[in-house]
Design a protein around this ligand. Structure first.
Ligand code: ZN
Length: 65
């Protein structure tokens, strides 16, 4: 049998975590990720940051001729 070193899986994509260090301390437990991309995506999804100022609302319907 092959001995598997890693015993954790990425909390985002499910791939085995081979590199230690891409982890995020949540309120309940520590999440582990396989890469920095999964870590940042997880942060984007699960952390509610009020930095959502990318709304492009142009409600200028004043077309008076
Ligand atoms: Zn991943």
């Amino acid at each position: 049998m092959v001995t598997v070193k890693y015993n954790k899986n990425c909390d985002l994509c499910g791939l085995p975590v081979e590199i230690d260090g891409f982890s995020l301390e949540a309120s309940q437990d520590t999440k582990s990720f396989c890469c920095a991309g999964c870590l940042s995506i997880y942060q984007l999804i699960y952390t509610n940051n009020p930095l959502t100022e990318n709304k492009d609302q142009t409600n200028n319907n004043n077309e008076d001729i």
